[in-house]
Design a protein around this ligand. Sequence first.
Ligand code: HEC
Length: 111
Amino acid sequence: MNRTVFIFISMFFIFSISSHAAIYKGQKVFVKECVSCHSGGQAFIAKKNMKDWKKLMDKKGKALAGLHLKNKDAKDSWEYFESNNYEKKSKHLQQFLVEYAKDSGNVPACN
Ligand code: HEC
């Protein structure tokens, strides 16, 4: 194998591992912070398409936070949506949500 091919393949692996890590981190956030109110997991995520999730999670998740902060039924989530922790992890959460959106073409794993 020549050197260029080797470097190319290594880079591909590093890239795919790190993007998986981000999605995994996003999944952890979702399980911890969202499923208490939005059960159904991937079925809930698949109700929206990629564009919707991107928009909701844009600018550090501003739209999603705003939607909950306006709604009294979501009161228990206010503390989280107002925290720095939410903003800090919003990129991971976005990646995870977009990954499993309706039109992402990813079939949910059976687990
Ligand atoms: C304390 C409960 C609670 C938590 C925690 C919570 N939500 Fe919600 N969420 C609600 C309520 C109540 C609504 C508004 C009613 C509805 O549309 O179901 C809502 C609405 C939404 C909507 C809009 C629904 C639609 O059909 O357009 C999305 C998307 C959403 N939540 C995603 C999330 C995500 C992602 C998280 C985790 C970061 C989360 N929610 C955490 C209670 C919660």
